[in-house]
Ligand binder design. Structure first.
Ligand SMILES: NC(=O)c1ccc[n+]([C@@H]2O[C@H](COP(=O)([O-])OP(=O)(O)OC[C@H]3O[C@@H](n4cnc5c(N)ncnc54)[C@H](OP(=O)(O)O)[C@@H]3O)[C@@H](O)[C@H]2O)c1
Length: 277
């Protein structure tokens, strides 16, 4: 890797594909104080593009023009649209610029092989809490990525949450844990709300109890730094109510089910990537 440098580009950042994740990143960058004149977007749906121009005041360009203009190119199209996008921008990516991909399951080698020789690429696995600036993104450098470019990618993603750097071989596991993770948590929340309704609580009350409990527990985990086992043991008194419930979860192999589920997600992520070549 090359020398450390300034973490944030002073040039233009282009977001290719301003759908759910692209708009999330765009709004995060603006909230974090990035100048709207240094961000451009591209978007296939012209009506949606016009709405984004109106809402955020950013310029909307065609892919080749945006690729020529930008120092940092952020690719946020669906994996199946990536090949077409790379073909469109190939001849317009200047040497020394950074290409950041947020597409699930697309390896850096795939991107590098479809960009000019020596292109600096960073692969990112984001997640949807980025919408509320509480995202968790894992970033991995491609083979030509400099330390400066990796720091630039980190600064980009830090606008809507936390960022960790991981070797690319961990990206399937990351996809299974934090990429898909919000869905598992929503599933647990749904289950607890149903349990509240079963126990006779009005649905709105059950929902409020569960959502605030989740928020409180997550805040405790983050702020105390204590291990979850320690926190759980503190609310499991001998012969009490909590341990009676935990015993049922153990009997139903809920812990094993979580492990198997995430193994399946990682395997699916690897299979999707393998199907690309
Ligand atoms: N949403 C998530 O939770 C999440 C989480 C992790 C990673 N990601 C990754 O983020 C990427 C985008 O996902 P998303 O949920 O934001 O998808 P999305 O809402 O469908 O956004 C993609 C946008 O790009 C547009 N597009 C397609 N081809 C294009 C092209 N050649 N040039 C310009 N725009 C183009 C699409 O238009 P059309 O609809 O007309 O095709 C669409 O508006 C995916 O690769 C996904 O793996 C998303």
């Amino acid at each position: 890797m090359a020398e450390q440098g300034t973490p944030e580009t002073t040039g233009t950042t282009a977001i290719f594909g301003a759908g759910v994740m692209g708009e999330t990143l765009l709004s995060g960058l603006l909230r974090a104080g990035r100048d709207k004149d240094r961000i451009v977007i591209t978007e296939k749906r012209t009506d949606h593009a016009a709405k984004l121009r109106e809402k955020y005041g950013v310029e909307v360009l065609d892919n080749p023009v945006a690729a020529s203009r930008a120092e940092v190119l952020v690719l946020v199209v669906k994996p199946q649209d990536m090949e077409g996008l790379l073909a469109e921008i190939h001849d317009h990516v200047a040497p020394g610029n950074l290409v950041v991909s947020l597409a699930a399951g697309i390896p850096t080698a795939y991107l590098e092989s479809r960009l000019p020789e020596g292109s600096s690429v960073v692969r990112v696995m984001p997640n949807t809490p980025a919408l509320v600036d509480q995202g968790m993104a894992a970033i991995s450098p491609g083979q030509h990525c400099t330390a400066t470019h990796l720091a630039e990618a980190e600064a980009l993603l830090a606008s809507c949450g936390k960022v960790v750097q991981v070797p690319e071989r961990y990206q399937d596991a990351v996809t299974a844990i934090s990429g898909s993770g919000p869905a598992y948590i929503f599933y647990v929340v749904e289950s607890m709300i149903e349990a509240g309704v079963l126990l006779g609580l009005p649905r709105a009350t059950a929902t409020e109890l569960v959502v605030q409990t989740l928020y409180g527990a997550a805040t405790m985990l983050r702020e105390t730094g204590d291990h979850p086992t320690v926190l759980r043991e503190r609310v499991s008194s001998p012969g009490g109510t909590t341990i009676a419930a935990i015993r049922q979860l153990e009997d139903h192999k809920v812990r094993a089910a979580f492990m198997t589920a995430m193994e399946a997600a990682a395997a699916r992520s690897a299979a999707l990537a393998a199907g690309l070549e």
